[in-house]
Design a protein around this ligand. Structure first.
Ligand SMILES: C[S@@+](CC[C@H](N)C(=O)[O-])C[C@H]1O[C@@H](n2cnc3c(N)ncnc32)[C@H](O)[C@@H]1O
Ligand SMILES: *[C@@H]1O[C@H](CO)[C@@H](O)[C@H](O)[C@H]1NC(C)=O
Ligand SMILES: *[C@@H]1O[C@H](CO)[C@@H](O)[C@H](O)[C@H]1NC(C)=O
Ligand SMILES: *[C@@H]1O[C@H](CO)[C@@H](O)[C@H](O)[C@H]1NC(C)=O
Ligand SMILES: *[C@@H]1O[C@H](CO)[C@@H](O)[C@H](O)[C@H]1NC(C)=O
Ligand SMILES: *[C@@H]1O[C@H](CO)[C@@H](O)[C@H](O)[C@H]1NC(C)=O
Ligand SMILES: CC(=O)N[C@H]1CO[C@H](CO)[C@@H](O)[C@@H]1O
Length: 790
């Protein structure tokens, strides 16, 4: 009686559509109808004779359990008048006898969860040749009910039977019962686009934030992650919400109706997320089971993470298996493997991985988990409370990638090719194992863990299903703890208890006012000109300045999100709409920028691209940076610029931070100047500033000096002590420790800028033929700097 013709929507698929059903979370509705523990009557002979007779009629034998050896726990629920319509537990037929499943929770719902990790694997990395002999090919198999190796036979049969009960239940009715019966159901998506996002919040918190704060992530480092089989993108929305502008996500998922819905990321900024679909990039199909797609995505991710790979990968693949819920594990086996292949191809050493799986009964699935254990330092199978109790879903959590040479990846990607060959040639063959059964069963630790994990999840699943069944039959049943559990969980997961809402629409002036408290940018932010005459008096201490090569006057840029970007025009005191500039910048961002023309190539082949050069940061995606010091602001802006970079979107204009030099190192700037003929700039070669690590340059207009200290402090150099110190010009006090008020906030930096302009042909390059002499020369500046150094 395999329910392969079932048409009901089953709770065993991990689907995640936001529910629109009524919320029973409003406490006070319905009375406490849950049976109290002390009402559970255990021994059979204590039952009324009526109940007793019924039990026997159902085939119940006293003392018979769920398990193969009849040892499992059985809670029998007697029919009794006091319980009115509550009725019996779920009665099913398994192993040729009737079993009654009591759905009563043994432990009350709670936000506390315990994750059991595998004992660490210490067998070492297998040799490549050794692994290649592991794969086992055999006849294709589409039945599951003999997969009892990794799960007790009785438990397996019972869970299969439980699932098939749902053939009788109407979809709508079942969903309503599910809504009422699951204590965690009303948590839903919270501020995020779907329930999946909340699962990530749940797991991240329970796992000590191993996803948003992985151990392999350095200070001031951008968090790179990949989200695969991931549409519409709830997982990523959570990560981006948590990390704000400190993360960059690479997305991969099937094109089509379940594609990413970036416009629905209300809690986060999708500008930090870049989908890629394999072969042909954004125009690809996103099928992870295609080897070419896997390779293309790997190449894309590695290229854009300095060949290091991402800090973590999330994979949540699944598809509708309606009518074939019981063999979901078999139907999704290649998808499961390919998600692992993908992770192993792009993770950096030390990186983490979380993978959605369904039942793990077959040797194939168990072999994959075994390989994960080899590839990672720590692995656990974990079903978070946000994963519905009645479905088969669970997550493999993997910590600390250690397959430096990507050996397991190389092994599995070949298996994928083989599986695709079998599919194409319609031979009735399949890869049945990736690790031989003897190894799986011979490893006691592995074997016991899998079996225990399985059986406990299967039993909980049976209970969940039985409970839904009971709630369908009796509409007065209510789970009374939902509201309380919801609050407890949100608190534990550090997610605010707010309703999801789209960001408010506003106009640029209001946004600028909302963030800064100012009606418009300061008028007096013009840089002061440096001349030969004022050089000595203007620069107050070489150690107090940073400098960068400027291309045009800077102005204030405000982004309202996406391409709604505005630039302040000082002359008419208006915001200029920059929509034509193709750029995606997260909302609530205020930067001081130069809109630069960068040059690529020379003479005829030369072309220009407009690029945004950040010279200072006021707000990054809502974060107020103004009080930080200049180095911190610029470092953050660099992370921000890297996080919004989208190499797969060729038509977008780049955003980058200026290269910042200490004034004492100003000499380095001149080594980056090259004389070039500039298209449209006459025949005389002009000095161009070459941007580090790129083939681009721009025509400089001069050097801007930013004073990064504030009065009364100045950094000085003590020749006698041979070290730098801080001098208080008001009190004449000298200290070695950096005083807390030494660093200048944004306002002071922006009003104390100086510019040394190179217009009129100032000689900045030794080969320059045409120049005037009575301006500050490079030598003059460098000599000035040198005179102040030790
Ligand atoms: C449960 S959903 C993922 C939900 C997602 N984690 C979220 O937070 O919104 C499963 C996803 O797997 C995708 N998928 C299924 N088969 C795939 C395949 N062969 N290649 C790529 N993605 C696939 C589906 O299109 C779907 O978007
Ligand atoms: C994978 O995709 C590539 C490019 O789209 C295609 O040529 C190839 O046939 C696909 N392979 C399989 C096994 O479907
Ligand atoms: C450069 O020299 C010209 C005169 O030759 C003068 O007008 C201009 O102010 C000077 N610029 C600077 C920055 O010193
Ligand atoms: C830059 O600002 C200076 C000082 O306000 C002004 O004289 C100059 O014309 C500006 N340059 C551009 C290109 O707007
Ligand atoms: C900005 O300009 C574009 C056309 O240049 C226009 O379509 C758009 O509505 C403008 N946006 C705002 C917010 O003014
Ligand atoms: C600091 O030193 C200068 C020069 O030595 C002196 O003129 C001034 O009075 C001193 N200020 C204080 C507050 O001691
Ligand atoms: C064989 C084995 O370890 N079975 C475990 C299955 O899960 C239950 C929990 O529901 C454990 O009690 C069993 O020991």
């Amino acid at each position: 009686n395999n329910p392969s013709t079932s048409t009901s929507s089953s709770s065993s698929s991990g689907e995640d559509s936001p529910s629109t059903e009524d919320s029973p979370g409003c406490s006070g509705l319905g009375k406490a109808v849950k049976r109290k523990m002390d009402e559970v009557v255990q021994p059979l002979d204590m039952y009324s004779s009526v109940a007793n007779k019924m039990m026997r009629k159902m085939g119940y034998q006293p003392g018979t359990g769920l398990g193969r050896e009849k040892q499992g726990r059985v809670d029998i629920v007697p029919a009794s008048e006091q319980r009115g319509r509550r009725g019996l537990g779920l009665k099913i037929k398994a192993l040729n006898k009737d079993v009654v499943i009591d759905w009563e929770d043994e432990k009350p719902p709670s936000a506390e969860e315990v994750v059991d990790w595998f004992p660490p694997y210490d067998g070492g990395m297998p040799e490549k040749g050794e692994m290649e002999a592991w794969a086992d090919v055999g006849k294709k198999k589409l039945v599951i009910d003999d997969e009892t190796l990794f799960c007790d036979n009785g438990v397996l049969k019972t869970v299969l039977e439980c699932k098939s009960i749902f053939d009788d239940l109407e979809g709508q009715e079942m969903r309503k019962a599910r809504m009422r019966s699951n204590p965690y159901e009303t948590i839903r998506g919270g501020i995020f686009l779907n329930r999946a996002a909340m699962k990530m919040a749940n797991m991240d918190s329970i796992l000590d934030f191993m996803f948003t704060q992985p151990k392999c992530l350095g200070n001031n480092e951008i968090l790179y992650f990949a989200d695969v089989c991931a549409g519409p993108g709830g997982f990523s929305e959570y990560i981006l919400w948590k990390k704000k502008w400190r993360a960059k996500g690479f997305g991969f998922t099937l094109k089509g109706p379940n594609d990413f819905k970036l416009g629905d990321f209300f809690a986060a900024n999708s500008e930090f997320f870049e989908p890629h679909y394999g072969v042909n990039g954004i125009d690809g199909n996103g099928d992870i089971m295609n080897t070419s797609n896997l390779e293309e995505f790997q190449d894309f991710v590695l290229t854009n993470t300095n060949e290091k790979g991402v800090h973590f990968v999330m994979a949540d693949g699944g598809f509708s298996v309606e009518g074939q819920e019981n063999i979901q594990e078999i139907l999704t086996k290649q998808l499961l493997m390919c998600q692992i292949v993908c992770a192993l191809s792009i993770l950096r050493v030390g990186g983490n991985f979380v993978l959605k799986t369904f039942d793990l009964f077959t040797p194939f699935s168990n072999g994959l988990i075994y390989l994960l254990r080899i590839a990672f330092e720590n692995v656990a199978i974990y079903k978070p409370v946000t994963s519905r109790p009645a479905n088969s879903e669970r997550y493999a959590v993997c910590q600390g990638y250690r397959d430096e040479d990507r050996q397991l990846f190389n092994y599995l990607i070949e298996i994928n090719d083989q599986m695709n060959e079998f599919k194409k040639s319609s031979v009735n063959q399949d890869v049945k194992a990736v690790v031989p059964l003897e190894i799986l069963t011979g490893d006691q630790e592995f074997f016991n863990y899998m079996k225990t994990s399985n059986e406990s999840i299967a039993k909980e699943q049976c209970k969940g299903l039985a409970k839904i069944h009971a709630f369908t039959k009796d509409r007065s049943l209510r789970e009374t703890k939902q509201a309380q559990v919801r609050l407890e969980c949100l608190k534990k997961w550090q997610v605010p208890d707010r309703v999801r809402s789209a960001p408010q629409k506003t106009d640029v002036s209001s946004l600028f006012y909302k963030l800064t408290g100012l009606k418009e940018p300061h008028a007096n932010s013009e840089s002061k000109m440096l001349t030969s005459d004022n050089l000595l008096s203007s620069i107050r201490g070489v150690f107090n300045y940073k400098c960068y090569v400027s291309s045009v006057n800077s102005s204030i840029l405000v982004s309202m999100g996406g391409s709604y970007i505005f630039l302040w025009n000082k002359n008419n005191r208006r915001w200029l709409n920059l929509t034509q500039l193709k750029c995606l910048i997260p909302r609530d961002t205020i930067l001081e920028v130069e809109i630069a023309q960068e040059l690529k190539g020379e003479s005829k082949g030369q072309h220009r691209v407009t690029t945004i050069h950040i010279v200072d940061a006021l707000f990054l995606a809502g974060d107020d940076m103004r009080a930080l010091n200049y180095a911190e602001r610029m470092q953050s802006a660099a992370i921000f610029a890297e996080a919004i970079r989208k190499p797969s979107c060729k038509h977008l204009n780049l955003v980058r931070t200026k290269e910042i030099f200490r004034l004492e190192d100003a000499g380095k700037i001149f080594t980056q100047l090259k004389l070039k003929t500039v298209k449209g700039g006459g025949s005389i070669p002009r000095p161009c500033y070459e941007i580090t690590n790129s083939d681009l340059c721009f025509v400089p207009r001069g050097i801007v000096f930013v004073r990064t200290s504030q009065d009364p402090w100045s950094m000085e150099y003590s020749r006698s002590q041979n070290r730098k110190y801080f001098f208080n010009m008001r009190t004449n006090e000298s200290v070695f420790e950096c005083p807390p008020d030494f660093n200048a906030p944004y306002d002071i930096c922006s009003t104390s800028r100086l510019i040394w302009e190179w217009r009129d042909g100032v000689k900045v390059h030794p080969d320059q033929q045409h120049h005037r002499v009575n301006n500050i020369s490079t030598d003059q500046l460098l000599n000035f700097v040198r005179s102040k150094l030790p």
